[in-house]
Design a protein around this ligand. Structure first.
Ligand code: ADP
Ligand code: ZN
Ligand code: ZN
Length: 857
């Protein structure tokens, strides 16, 4: 449950806004009379404007006479809010009757000439705000590219591409550009000073449109080229082709080396640089063959940088024909789309789901329809993007984190103009689609579709289904391991269901072995975290010139007390979850209901006095593995190693190109990657996944293990998977072993029903935060009292969350658990909203932050 709860720019304003609103409500009775409209006055127009802030509703401004004609829904205007803050807000309604409250301020400037937002988009924003219990302003903040959200805090710089060409600039634009040449960056106040006027956003917008200025934050992003491994002949063969015979002689009796050399010569005829991977493909050899040839002085390896954003025009390829299974699945998907809006495509890893998406996309594009292809995390799915770019060339628009703000705005505009295909993470669903007819949600089970922080805490997959419904579009959810929710909907006929049980090309699913780590431990064979079985398999894999992936859960740090002899671990008496150890209080706690108990002196099941704290991380594994495999090149991929923007791609790329032999990683390594030479996948500790304190633990464990196993042996031959576990008989492990998703589903869905969890019940998590634990404690008591008065037993907790202090804030959690009944849910949300207002008005609690998470993960 560790969540990154940061100081986001939006909630930072909460206090300011609250005081503002209070003033505003207090004074409303006074201003009522002032506002009385005399019919003799000219009719005035008012605009409701959404600001990118956590305001309860749009704010009303007066539209000065000169703009009444031109102003329309979806245009940006410059307005003042608070004492002297300027914002660009969006007009979402225009009306004549004056507002009932306080005399509105006038709009300062109109920024756009045409609307940048469409009514349907605003409908989606409003729906999300309502459903996820946040403000429309917060949704706006998430939805609009930064360039479309100017504010007082904005700082601008001159574009590095700008070459002193001042032609075509008007006086004001010229003044700003000129100033930027002298001073590298300017704040809004600076610009107000330079132009001697208050409203500057329209000038800024024009300069941005002309690509003369950038937002400052853009320049922090560095573009890193991609490196590919290439092979060339060593001297003297490189410069003297006539001596190639000698090179062949050096290959000796190795047929594989001869074939590799021939493949090289053939490829070198067509291209300047020969990629290592192309030789593998053509000659059907692996890295060990080339390594031997490098040692013999025949060839050498070198790295070549290629641009990531290069055009793919030259590489556009014909797509291979569909397999029989894909053919059938495609027919079924289309048939089911006739009466179902959503179809779940359940295809095992390597069944070629992407190929199916390609077919559907192609057909949609032929009909001139727009397609949105959602991916859980764009950085980790560069491979899929590349594949699609090879097929669709420039028709693919990627909404990824490497885009700078200008490019984001360009893409926004392109989609508005009808660009056909967009690939992106969940935020791409905010783009202004016009003819959206198909949404593909790839790896729909992936938890990163859920935005954890800040507001709106929305589930991208669910929001995509809503978006599609608004547009009359179809949704295809694709995965090898469906979320319980989606499969449940398929089972109950709400969604269609199409399955692909076999891998493409008749490759077998990897062979899975579950190794009893406890037995090895007892017989003292275990070498730190590795069973001898795993170590032997690793050595054999590397000797065969293949690569290996080792998976260790990030949440492996979860301090879980257990008994190594009988595998006992503490469970909550109220919930279906394990208890975790909190060192500070020396207690075992339940993160769902708050139940706590002292640490038992000995194992309650077998009496073993030595209970152990379990939990180890990827870094330690990387270090230790190096001791056992001194020759191996080991890389690590987890949150620590991928902090910088391009780090994932670099690590994936290193592994792809054979610069690494073993990749140790967290769930990141499980995600949809398609590597050619992975012979072995190891799961270091299945138990940690299975006993994670969360009602989704079994579902997650099944998904993670099956996904990571799916990285083995995808291209040529069957791969091998070794899962280390203390309790090899665990039912989920048996399901993974047999690849029996449905068995896992049946068991889990029964439990969810019995324990009142999703998909049968809805959860709303409420987190209260404050820097002082005493204030938080009293505030929580007050707040939960208010909730329980109205919602009674629906409220569970309050409880100290798993991570009880984040960035100086102490946290308390409450959970509202209720039936999926629209009226009840609406009522509960209203109660939460009222309780929040109440809490903030109460003496001493105005600083307590209330964070609402509907359908939390
Ligand atoms: P999934 O996403 O279902 O795990 P992929 O789409 O990654 O599977 O496909 C697995 C592998 O099979 C990929 O390397 C892909 O290029 C290949 N493949 C899938 N379908 C075809 C096809 N019709 N023709 C040729 N290769 C295919
Ligand atoms: Zn025991
Ligand atoms: Zn509990």
């Amino acid at each position: 449950m560790c969540k990154d709860i940061g100081d986001d720019p939006v909630t930072g304003f909460t206090l300011l806004i609250r005081t503002f609103c209070e003033k505003f409500t207090k004074s409303s009775s006074l201003t009522h009379s002032e506002l009385g409209f005399s019919p003799r006055k000219a009719v005035r127009t008012y605009a409701d404007v959404v600001l990118p802030l956590a305001l309860p509703k749009p704010f009303t401004y007066l539209v000065p006479e000169q703009w009444v004609e031109q102003l329309r829904f979806g245009m940006r205007v410059e307005v003042q809010f608070g004492r002297n803050k300027l914002y660009s807000g969006l007009v979402v309604a225009l009306h004549q009757p004056p507002p009932q409250v306080k005399k509105p301020q006038a709009i300062l400037a109109v920024i756009d000439e045409a609307p940048i937002l469409q009514p349907l988009q605003y409908k989606l924003w409003s729906w999300l705000a309502d459903y996820y219990g946040c403000s429309v302003g917060e949704v706006m903040h998430a939805a609009l590219p930064a360039h479309l959200r100017l504010a007082s805090e904005t700082t601008i710089t001159l574009s590095p591409l700008f070459e002193d060409d001042f032609s075509g600039l008007d006086d004001q634009e010229y003044l700003v550009a000129e100033a930027l040449k002298i001073q590298s960056e300017l704040s809004m106040q600076d610009i107000q000073g330079i132009l001697q006027r208050k409203t500057v956003f329209p000038v800024i917008r024009r300069l941005m449109d002309k690509k003369i200025i950038y937002l400052k934050e853009d320049l922090k992003e560095r573009f890193r080229p991609k490196k590919v491994s290439c092979i060339r002949l060593q001297e003297p063969y490189a410069s003297d082709r006539r001596r190639l015979d000698e090179a062949f002689e050096r290959c000796g009796r190795s047929n594989r080396q001869v074939e590799a050399l021939m493949a090289y010569i053939q490829l070198a005829r067509q291209q300047e640089h020969v990629r290592r991977t192309d030789i593998y493909k053509l000659a059907k050899v692996d890295a060990s063959v080339l390594r031997a040839m490098v040692k013999k002085g025949i060839v050498e390896a070198y790295e070549r940088e290629i641009s990531r954003l290069s055009t793919y025009g030259e590489e556009v390829k014909d797509v291979p024909p569909l397999s029989d299974q894909q053919e059938r699945a495609l027919r079924e998907v289309k048939a089911q789309f006739r009466d179902k809006q959503v179809v779940l495509l359940h295809g095992v890893t390597g069944s070629g789901k992407t190929r199916l998406y390609v077919e559907l996309i192609r057909e949609a594009l032929e009909r001139n329809e727009q397609v949105l292809y959602l991916l859980p995390e764009i950085a980790l799915t560069a491979q899929v993007i590349e594949r699609l770019q090879r097929i669709f060339g420039d028709e693919v628009n990627v909404y990824h984190s490497r885009l700078n703000n200008n490019e984001r705005v360009e893409l926004w505009q392109a989609v508005l103009d009808g660009q056909p295909l967009v690939l992106g993470p969940r935020s791409a669903l905010f783009l202004p689609f016009k003819r959206l007819k198909l949404v593909i949600v790839d790896e729909e089970h992936d938890l990163s579709y859920k935005q954890q922080d800040p507001n709106p805490r929305y589930q991208g997959r669910d929001a995509a289904i809503l978006l599609a419904a608004q547009h009359g579009a179809k949704v295809l959810l694709g995965t090898a391991t469906p979320s319980l929710e989606s499969f449940h909907h398929a089972r109950t006929q709400k969604y269609g269901l199409v399955q692909m049980p076999e891998r493409f090309g008749g490759i077998q699913l990897p062979k899975i072995r579950i190794v009893d780590a406890r037995r090895e431990m007892k017989s003292r064979k275990m070498q730190s975290h590795f069973t001898t079985v795993l170590l032997d398999a690793l050595r054999a894999t590397l000797e065969a010139g293949e690569q290996a992936i080792l998976f260790q859960n990030r949440r492996g740090f979860a301090p879980l007390y257990h008994c190594e002899l009988c595998d006992w671990h503490a469970e909550c008496i109220h919930c279906d979850v394990s208890l975790t150890y909190h060192r500070r209080q020396g207690k075992l706690k339940c993160h769902y209901c708050g139940y706590q108990t002292a640490l038992p002196p000995a194992c309650p099941a077998c009496g073993n006095p030595q209970l152990t704290l379990r939990g180890f991380g990827t870094q330690k594994i990387e270090d230790e593995l190096q001791i056992y495999l001194p020759e191996a090149k080991i890389g690590r991929m987890d949150l620590d190693t991928v902090r910088t923007k391009n780090a994932h791609t670099r690590i994936i790329n290193d592994f792809e190109e054979g610069r690494l032999d073993v990749l140790v990683g967290t769930q990141m390594v499980t995600k949809g990657l398609d590597f050619e030479h992975v012979g072995l996948v190891g799961v270091l500790s299945a138990d940690q996944l299975l006993h994670f304190p969360d009602f989704r633990a079994a579902e997650r464990a099944y998904q993670l293990m099956t996904q990571v196993a799916g990285r083995a042996g995808r291209k040529k031959k069957q791969g091998e998977v070794i899962i280390q576990a203390m309790n090899p008989g665990h039912p989920v492990l048996q399901d993974v072993l047999r690849g029996d998703y449905e068995a896992m589903f049946r068991r889990e869905i029964r439990e969810r029903h019995a324990f009142k969890y999703p998909p049968f019940y809805r959860l709303i998590r409420i987190t209260l935060k404050h820097r002082k634990p005493e204030v938080l404690e009293r505030g929580t008591a007050h707040f939960s009292g208010l909730l329980k008065e109205k919602l009674g037993s629906w409220v569970i907790g309050p409880a100290v969350p798993y991570v009880s202090r984040v960035r100086g804030f102490f946290l308390m959690d409450m959970l509202v658990k209720l039936e999926r009944h629209a009226r009840k849910i609406a009522y509960a949300k209203q109660v939460i909203r009222d309780a929040t207002i109440h809490l903030h008005r109460a003496e001493g609690f105005s600083g307590v932050r209330v964070q609402v998470d509907v359908d939390p993960y």
